[in-house]
Ligand binder design. Structure first.
Ligand code: HEC
Ligand code: HEC
Length: 334
């Protein structure tokens, strides 16, 4: 009998729950409501206009980012492959490191990388601090190591001074990573035309650009490229609706993507969905740098991620939308 006294409120509670849930189930909205004014309903969020970081750390990180002494032969800095006046990339299909060594993979931008849930195409670094170690030790990128880097930087009174000012334990590998990561987090690019549209400035986009955004949502690009960074928050197969790699041919180690990290066969050809912010500036595209232009990249996405042969009009509209995603850095257009 005592069991029933528990059961009755439980049943009543569930019935009430279902009734309430039905009442509050989100209703389907007609497209005209999505005119940029109802931000709460949009699957993309604007980048905040102002984020605050320790200005001294940002400055120190900026100088480290541009310092070729982080490489073995003092020829290559982070900025060599992540040029901040070129959208944070090097513009080559795959990056070139010390001694002209050609790398296996395309350099993603460092702008807005602080918003990504993991770093690298295969997500092997969990944050920017961990990421910064990669290129310094990579034999075909900077080909150095912490001992060598610290020995060189200790010769410079600027570094000795700044590190002892900012960190209790002064110039260490951990603190170098911290300063670089802080600088990278400051590389956010707010106030793109699209973000202004999301904030309610309806006139800032042309009809064509708005139509492009509608198709971006309607065709399902948004299911992977979403959130504040329009990407950077999940892993997905490259080739959901067709075998991209078989069609391209010549499969390499880096094509295995996330599998290289987890060794799980289900993770073969799985990559972090890249951010589409400032995408007009970061050609060539994909981890293999195989798409030279934005229209090329969009067509490949349509075919292999959505199983859809996009028409010329579709591609034109989608590209028009993507071009509205270019933001500002330090108040200047990128
Ligand atoms: C030789 C060219 C080269 C140099 C030098 C270089 N990078 Fe990179 N960077 C790349 C490439 C290529 C990738 C992608 C590698 C991968 O995913 O396997 C990358 C990835 C990154 C990412 C990940 C971005 C994302 O969205 O996943 C960040 C952040 C980054 N680099 C910052 C730095 C910093 C900081 C330095 C200096 C300490 C640096 N890079 C030096 C070429 C370079
Ligand atoms: C199923 C998930 C998914 C869908 C749907 C999708 N993408 Fe992607 N997108 C990805 C992944 C994963 C990559 C990275 C592929 C690679 O290089 O390995 C990518 C890469 C891109 C790139 C190149 C980014 C760069 O920095 O190189 C562009 C541009 C792009 N997508 C646009 C689109 C558009 C436009 C659509 C809709 C027509 C779309 N995507 C649909 C997952 C998706």
């Amino acid at each position: 009998m005592w069991k029933l006294s528990y059961l009755i409120p439980l049943i009543l509670g569930s019935v009430l729950g279902v009734v309430l849930w039905q009442q509050y189930e989100p209703i389907e909205l007609d497209e005209s409501v999505y005119d940029g004014k109802n931000l709460a309903l949009e699957p993309i969020r604007p980048i905040p206009n102002n984020l605050y970081f320790n200005a001294r750390k940002v400055q120190l990180g900026n100088i480290l980012f541009h310092d070729p002494r982080l490489s073995h032969d003092n020829t290559i800095s982070c900025a060599s492959c992540h040029n901040l006046i070129k959208g944070g990339v090097d513009g080559t299909q795959t990056s070139i490191g010390i001694n002209g060594a050609v790398g296996p993979i395309n350099a993603p931008t460092v702008f807005n990388s602080g918003f990504n849930f993991r770093q690298f195409w295969d997500g092997r670094a969990k944050n920017l601090e961990e990421q910064a170690e990669g290129p310094i030790h990579n034999p075909i990128e900077m080909g150095s190591n912490w001992r060598e880097v610290i020995m060189k930087l200790e010769q410079d009174t600027y570094y000795i001074e700044q590190f002892s000012l900012l960190y209790l334990d002064g110039l260490t590998s951990k603190n170098i990573q911290d300063a670089i990561a802080t600088f990278e987090r400051s590389l956010y690019t707010p106030n793109s035309r699209f973000d202004r549209y999301l904030r309610g400035d309806d006139a800032v986009l042309t009809e064509k650009e708005k139509l492009g955004y509608q198709r971006f949502k309607a065709y399902g690009c948004i299911s992977c490229h979403q959130g504040m960074n329009i990407g950077g928050n999940m892993f997905q197969h490259f080739g959901v609706m067709g075998n991209y790699f078989e069609d391209r041919g010549n499969i390499t180690q880096v094509d295995l993507g996330r599998y290289n990290v987890t060794q799980n066969p289900a993770d073969k050809f799985v990559f972090k969905v890249p951010s589409l912010r400032n995408i007009a500036l970061t050609a060539p595209y994909f981890h293999d740098g195989s798409a030279e232009t934005l229209p090329d990249a969009v067509k490949v996405m349509g075919r292999y991620q959505l199983g859809r042969m996009l028409s010329d009009e579709d591609v034109e509209l989608l590209v028009a939308f993507l071009k509205t995603l270019t933001g500002e850095y330090n108040g200047q257009p990128l």
